[in-house]
Design a protein. Structure first.
Lengths: 244, 425
């Protein structure tokens, strides 16, 4: 579905991506792992057109989308839930959700209602709170709203940036359960950036480990879990005893 | 066949190339970071890992040769700490200059998976009884097949170090359906069957997977008729993985290379230029999933050609023609790699023998036979029978110690080999 080839991106003169190649197949959950500054978020932002890429290719369903406007990329079926959620705190939950389908606003009310029902189905709590300002929601609910808003654009590929950030472990598990269901039940393909390697590898099919803008490991979840470097750097010694 | 395995065998070329590019970049990044040899090599040629932006860019990195590996023995080419290496093997464990190779847990897993694909391609499944008559040990062949066959749920009989007669007893009593060994040994078994008057119909064999030395279509026909089986070729080398690099499908028109783990190139060994499909040259392999012992553009010394057209079997993996010869002077005798320089070294150490020699390999009989013709020093008279046979014995003994091969020695008059060489030019 998505093919990124030898992508290089810069922030000013600082090279953030050094020729990175990844792919995401239909219906896969793929995770990008790596320390801060490894280039994970840059890669997501480059895919959805928020950062200009200097070199390389990005194909989405065989169409070259490199350096298309973010708006066009959303229309093609890629939505991103960025780090820190970026909600409009003053606006109601409902309005936040409606903004998510802004690009599809000409589709008519019925269509909109159907999408909304779908999101409420996935996140019943949002239905309960639809009139509340988004800023009054708990962290977990805000994350659900951010994902819900992205789903309003009916993406085929959902890019998630640190969905676990700032959330209690119990809520993290809940959110990841939902992410997995999005794929299993709605068929949404997911590219996931996550610092919490344990939960990410629990739901992902495959992953890439990034380091200073390069991919230094790739493989199935099982392969990554078996790799001693991943264990040392991201899981900690003896993680099994503690976590499983 | 599981869908996971099928997926990699029939991907469209675009998909294969994407996966190869990703894995190649990871391999180069890691080799540059973790293997001093590769870092120095690339630095020397002014290449940084991000220069590899396409599969074609691979050719910017210089070759890795057998000599490079010898210089970095034993662990210089390893890309992970030794305590993360779970297995060691070596190339031709009995020769003098073995190359030690290591495997991480993931490497063993990948190798096992590759071997299941080799076996599935040959039509082996869980109902089969697989008799592995390779030598278990430093040599990769036996354990590679062993793990793969167990993984698919077949019944494995580890059968090393039994002579042909005993192999036949096992085969007959335990009703083996698949034979894994060198083609030479398979042919030997076929001949013993014939001599003993045992009909292959008394056996349950269906499939033979033979490799680790070059073998011709003539030999294939003899084995197939002698054992009543379908005999398939498979290819690999320990520097790259062991067996599991490529295997023949039932079309028998080339060996499918597992391109999701290896990138093949064929080059002209003289000019180092890359050769197009169909042209014979030296096979150069790059591993793209190996963790412990990554090889970038390793010169295998094996002659082959590539064919990217889709095989009637449906696999989209590139095919290599069967390896028939080598680019160097290495000869393979009973599955053991022999370099003439090693023989020469032995001869120089034996008093009375001159390092003028001629090697003759007889492949007509059942087992390959190596005969060494050696010139005796001029001060030894040809009528000193005792002395002569002592020298013969000494050479035999030394070669057997080194290679594990019993050979024939023939002493010849001083100067006669030089004369023979001149005549044959």
């Amino acid at each position: 579905m998505l093919r990124v080839q030898s992508l290089s991106s810069y922030y000013g003169n600082i090279q953030a991506l050094r020729g990175i190649s990844i792919h995401v197949g239909y219906g896969e959950i793929v995770t990008l792992l790596g320390a801060n500054g490894a280039g994970k978020t840059t890669l997501l932002n480059s895919i959805c057109g928020l950062i200009t890429s200097r070199k390389g290719n990005i194909f989405f369903k065989d169409q070259d989308i490199i350096n298309l406007s973010a708006e066009k990329i959303v229309r093609l079926g890629i939505s991103q839930v960025s780090e820190g959620r970026q909600l409009f705190g003053e606006l109601s939950v409902l309005d936040n959700l409606m903004l998510g389908s802004y690009l599809h606003r000409r589709n008519g009310k019925k269509q909109m209602q159907k999408k909304l029902e779908n999101v409420f189905n996935i996140f019943p709590i949002l239905k309960e709170r639809q009139k509340q300002p988004a800023g009054t929601l708990s962290g977990g609910e805000q994350q659900m709203l951010a994902i819900g808003r992205a789903l309003m654009a009916e993406p085929e590929l959902l890019l998630l940036d640190e969905p676990s950030m700032g959330l209690a472990p119990k809520i993290v598990n809940e959110i990841f359960e939902i992410i997995k269901r999005l794929r299993d039940e709605q068929g949404t393909t997911i590219l996931l950036v996550e610092q919490n390697v344990r939960v990410a590898l629990k739901i992902a099919d495959r992953g890439y480990v990034l380091e200073t803008g390069r991919a230094v490991l790739e493989g199935t979840t099982e392969e990554l879990l078996e790799n001693k470097e991943v264990k040392r750097a991201y899981l900690g010694k003896g993680y099994k005893e503690i976590w499983e | 066949m599981s869908t996971k395995l099928e997926k990699y065998e029939t991907m469209d070329r675009e998909e294969i190339r994407q996966i190869q590019l990703e894995r190649l970049q990871v391999t180069v990044n890691r080799a540059y970071r973790n293997v001093a040899f590769y870092r120095n090599l690339m630095d020397k040629h002014g290449i940084v890992p991000e220069d590899i932006t396409s599969l074609d860019d691979l050719s910017r990195i210089p070759f890795t040769t057998r000599e490079d590996l010898l210089k970095n023995q034993p662990y210089g080419m390893f890309a992970i700490p030794l305590r993360e290496v779970v297995r060691l093997h070596s190339s031709s464990g009995t020769t003098r200059e073995p190359i030690v190779v290591g495997y991480s847990r993931n490497d063993i897993e990948h190798w096992t998976e590759l071997m299941t694909r080799v076996l599935y391609t040959a039509g082996v499944d869980r109902d089969d009884i697989v008799q592995i008559a390779f030598d278990y040990g430093l040599f990769t062949g036996a354990l590679g097949f062993h793990y793969g066959a167990e993984r698919i749920g077949a019944t494995v009989i580890p059968c090393s170090r039994l002579n042909a007669n005993k192999q036949i007893v096992v085969m007959r009593n335990y009703r083996s359906t698949v034979l894994v060994c060198t083609p030479t040994f398979a042919l030997h078994i076929a001949n013993v069957l014939k001599n003993e008057g045992i009909s292959p119909a008394e056996l349950s064999l269906k499939i033979g997977l033979f490799g680790s030395e070059p073998w011709s279509e003539v030999i294939r026909k003899e084995i197939e008729e002698g054992l009543h089986i379908n005999a398939l070729d498979n290819y690999g080398l320990s520097e790259i993985m062991g067996p599991g690099v490529s295997v023949e499908c039932y079309e028998k028109n080339g060996l499918h290379i597992f391109e999701d783990h290896f990138i093949p190139e064929v080059i002209d060994p003289k000019t180092d230029e890359s050769l197009p499909d169909g042209e014979k040259g030296e096979l150069v392999l790059t591993t793209i999933t190996k963790e412990a012992f990554p090889m970038i553009r390793y010169r295998t010394g094996d002659y082959t050609s590539l064919d990217h057209s889709t095989c009637p079997c449906g696999r989209t993996l590139v095919r290599m023609s069967r390896v028939s010869e080598r680019t160097d002077d290495m000869i393979v005798v009973q599955g053991i790699n022999v370099y003439p320089s090693q023989i020469e070294q032995i001869l120089t150490e034996i008093e009375g023998a001159e390092p003028h020699y001629r090697l003759r390999v007889d492949r007509n009989g059942a087992l390959d036979e190596l005969e060494v013709w050696v010139e005796v020093s001029s001060h030894i008279f040809f009528d000193e029978v005792k002395k002569m046979s002592a020298i013969e014995e000494q050479i035999q003994k030394r070669i057997e110690e080194t290679f594990g091969l019993s050979i024939k020695v023939r002493l010849v008059e001083p100067g006669s080999i030089k004369k023979w060489k001149e005549n044959s030019v």
